[in-house]
Design a protein around this ligand. Structure first.
Ligand SMILES: Nc1nc2c(ncn2[C@@H]2O[C@H](COP(=O)(O)OP(=O)(O)OP(=O)(O)O)[C@@H](O)[C@H]2O)c(=O)[nH]1
Ligand SMILES: [Mg+2]
Length: 666
């Protein structure tokens, strides 16, 4: 028995949920096809998804194809919910990237495909909606080759596009142009075929070429392209065959005896409050009543297991390598947790972090406690909302990808928790990067250092996107491990709020000096805290030294910049261009296709929210704007400052006062 964990990814409205429904129907799991527009599909089950006709959460369904069980994850396409896509990427064996034959390759399509490629996830491309007016499969195929990757091959040709009867005919051994393209493409990645191709192109057998295509598609080198309509079912049979032929279904039997290793990619709460964790098993076998390690430091007993198998998830005594299970009993579990031993590739963030934040306020002030509890639960399911409490103003802050996410949070709080909330206007989340080099040192036993610890730190700028890195220029072992750990943890915590209150990143921190007093004991043998260094001394001192060094280096505040794709009626370009300039947008490409004009460029994330309504009013409501994060760029002009939410090591006097009073919780 083999398992294929398959993701369906695409830009918003491309037809992922409709395709999922069609695949379930073809496989005989459902007798009637539900529709997104009627709000009765298998994967859009949340009330909010049904009302709005968009997917908000990733959902798993399962069906059988021959000897393969396919666990399909239907993901949301709206960029505000990209965090949901993020979480499933690490558990996929393969993916189908859906592109609409009408709307074509969009900014979000590129973002998703780039990530699938980077992670080496074998991906088939399905050009959907060939039945819809305006469908242009071959144009979209060219755009795929041009804007996604040249390593694509069409496996068939659409017929009667733009009509209800549109269909797709599969290519075969007799289609000479297809065979020629196939030979050319697979030869690029296979030296033996290349040699034979050069010697005698006609001598290469079709079977050999198809075998090479299978091998290369399964290694994510080549991406076969299919055409069809999820709505009418045209072309879906060919795609279904390809799922098992061209994607790598795993045979878990070999790994089932290994150590347990699984990744949690979804957490649900049942109405009774019990948490259910969706986990993909990479190795081993997990049984009900097993105690499993969660992350590095937690453990819990699995009280119930159900496994996805040809339909819904059904109760099982165990879940084994390759499978996806729903696990009960893990009260502490969070999305992204590893169960058992860690599995390499899941770690790390694949998409940029949210670039907006907002303050959430309860409509009734007395609901504050309930709101915090509710937001904490939401953060369990979506850690990227990064719930924070501003102690000074006693406010709750969440991070967001966009305004639609705000509406969803408000609706969830109202429906599931009975809480009415308002949001303050979203503001952009900036970052700080060191402007140069800075160093500071506090020597143990020397005023003005009040702590029994010595720390010297140097900070240097590091390349964009590299995060933060702590290095040692002291001898290994010069500082006991627990003290070093305290320094490391406090550095991370301190960097969350730089000179202007933003996360400091793209920075190298070097420990240049250290000092401590070893454990001192009195004659009667008791440990004397007033003479011996503790981890607390290092935790209290490090923020002071780090902020000293950072102040010397100075920081540059950078704001998130989006790349935008804009589609407008060509006759509206006149008023749109000056409006873009006012919004600080910088167009770098402009193309006219018939009556439409496509403009691409960069725009500060902060301006995107205002840009949308202006655009609609200038384009008779026809303008379509897509924007995705591209990079951070230095803010010119007024530097945005974020209020600090803890005591401030930049203000030494106040900091020391609070620390020594024990007010600070560092
Ligand atoms: N004509 C036509 N319409 C389609 C097809 N596939 C989907 N649709 C319609 O397109 C709209 C969006 O379909 P969904 O399946 O919700 O798209 P999605 O990709 O799941 O959307 P999100 O999950 O919100 O990103 C719905 O109105 C569907 O009925 C198709 O093949 N042909
Ligand atoms: Mg959907």
């Amino acid at each position: 028995m083999r398992t294929l964990n398959l993701g369906i990814l695409a830009h918003v409205d491309a037809g992922k949920t409709t395709l999922t429904e069609r695949l379930l129907y073809s496989a005989g799991v459902i007798d009637e096809i539900g529709s997104v527009d009627d709000g009765n599909t298998q994967t859009d089950t949340l009330a909010l998804e049904r009302q709005r006709g968009i997917t908000i959460k990733s959902a798993v369904v399962s069906f059988g194809l021959g000897d393969v069980t396919v666990n399909l994850v239907d993901t949301p396409g709206h960029p505000d919910f990209i965090a949901e896509v993020e979480r499933v990427l690490g558990v996929l064996d393969g993916a189908v990237l859906v592109v609409s034959a009408v709307e074509g390759v969009q900014a979000q399509t590129r973002v998703l495909f780039r990530t699938l490629r980077r992670l080496g996830i074998p991906t088939l491309i399905f050009i959907n909606k060939i039945d819809r007016a305006g469908a242009a499969g071959s144009r979209v195929l060219c755009a795929v080759a041009d804007r996604l990757t040249p390593a694509v091959i069409a496996m068939g040709a659409p017929r009667g596009e733009g009509t209800r009867g549109a269909d797709c005919s599969a290519y075969g051994a007799n289609d000479r142009a297809f065979v020629a393209r196939l030979a050319e493409l697979v030869a690029e990645y296979d030296d033996a075929i290349l040699a034979d191709y050069l010697a005698d192109e006609a001598g290469l057998s079709y079977d050999r070429l198809m075998a090479a295509l299978t091998a290369q598609a399964r290694r994510a080198l080549i991406h076969p392209v299919f055409f069809g309509s999820a709505m009418t079912g045209a072309g879906v049979g060919q795609l279904t065959d390809a799922l098992t032929e061209l994607l790598p279904a795993g045979d878990g039997t070999a790994d089932a005896a290994g150590p347990v290793s699984a990744a949690v990619f979804k957490v649900e709460r049942l109405s009774a409050g019990e948490k259910i964790a969706y986990a993909r098993m990479f190795s081993g076998t997990l049984r009900a009543r097993d105690v499993v390690r969660i992350g590095a430091h937690r453990a819990a007993k699995v009280t119930s297991i159900s496994v996805f198998e040809r339909g819904g998830a059904s109760q099982s005594e165990y879940v084994a390598a390759g499978q996806v299970g729903k696990l009960g009993g893990l009260a502490d579990v969070r999305i992204g947790d590893t169960l058992g031993v860690p599995h390499g590739p899941l770690a790390g963030q694949h998409f940029p972090p949210p670039s907006l934040e907002t303050v959430v306020t309860p409509a009734r002030p007395r609901d504050k406690g309930a709101l915090y509890a509710a937001l904490t639960q939401l953060a369990e399911q979506d850690p990227l909302i990064n719930l924070r409490q501003d102690d000074v103003r006693s406010e709750f802050l969440v991070s967001l990808y966009g305004e639609v996410q705000k509406e969803v949070i408000a609706a969830t709080l109202a429906d599931d928790f009975g809480l009415a909330v308002t949001f303050r206007e979203s503001t952009t989340i900036c970052i700080e990067r060191p402007a140069g080099t800075g160093a500071a040192v506090e020597v143990i036993g020397q005023a003005p250092n009040p702590f029994l610890a010595g720390v010297g730190l140097r900070v240097d700028a590091a390349p964009a996107g590299s995060g933060s890195d702590l290095r040692l220029e002291i001898e290994l072992g010069a500082l006991p491990f627990s003290f070093l750990k305290a320094v490391r943890e406090t550095v991370d915590k301190t960097l969350r709020q730089g000179i202007y209150g933003w996360l400091v990143t793209d920075i190298t921190i070097t420990v240049t000096h250290s000092g401590y007093y070893p454990r001192q004991s009195h004659a009667h043998g008791h440990f004397d805290k007033s003479m011996s260094s503790t981890a607390g001394d290092f935790r209290n001192l490090t923020p002071l030294v780090l902020m000293d060094a950072l102040s010397q280096a100075g920081t540059v505040v950078c704001e998130p910049i989006h790349r935008f794709d804009l589609e407008i009626p060509a006759d509206t370009l006149g008023p749109v261009l000056p409006m873009l300039a006012r919004m600080r947008a910088v167009p770098f490409e402009q193309m006219t296709h018939g009556s439409l004009c496509l403009v691409t460029g960069n725009v500060p994330a902060a301006a995107v929210g205002q840009l949308r309504p202006l655009l609609l009013s200038l384009t008779r409501g026809e303008g379509v704007l897509e924007s995705v994060f591209e990079r951070y760029e230095r803010v010119h002009g007024k530097i945005p400052v974020r209020a600090r939410s803890d005591n401030n090591p930049l203000n030494r006097k106040e900091y020391l006062l609070r620390v020594t009073r024990g007010v600070a919780e560092l």
